[in-house]
Design a protein around this ligand. Structure first.
Ligand code: AMP
Length: 116
């Protein structure tokens, strides 16, 4: 998939509007357009990676950056103490709908387990 054909690449490049909550050279985070909780943010690598399945050892530093931004946003958005959930859907059974790696940061309400 080319950057031009990928929704989240286009959001990262600001070709499609989104409520951006964080951006740096490697990582972008923005509000989910259809929030499933009071806090629902997507944290993505700027570089196109299709899903967690495609992450290799070469992406170790990038993954640490993603988690760092994820935890920073949890603090900034006020859910660090109450708890929050990290979800990353991979492939069809998990209902991944956008083939660009993204970490869902969900918080602000209690969640059930197991997920549906
Ligand atoms: P997934 O189903 O795990 O691939 O998650 C994709 C997420 O992207 C869903 O939660 C959608 O609501 C969200 N989404 C789709 N289009 C946009 C958009 N234009 N801006 C922000 N979030 C979006």
């Amino acid at each position: 998939m080319t950057a031009d054909g990928c929704l989240f690449c286009r959001i990262a490049a600001k070709k499609i509007p989104a409520k951006i909550l964080h951006e740096d050279a490697d990582v972008v985070a923005f509000a989910d357009i259809a929030p499933q909780a009071p806090v629902h943010v997507l944290v993505i690598p700027r570089r196109h990676v299709a899903s967690l399945k495609d992450v290799g050892e070469g992406e170790a530093a990038l993954m640490m950056k993603l988690i760092g931004v994820f935890n920073k946003l949890a603090k900034e958005l006020g859910v660090a103490e109450s708890g929050y959930r990290l979800v990353s859907n991979i492939g069809d059974d998990a209902q991944q709908s956008v083939p660009h790696l993204h970490l869902h940061l969900l918080g602000g309400r209690p969640f059930r387990w197991p997920p549906g």
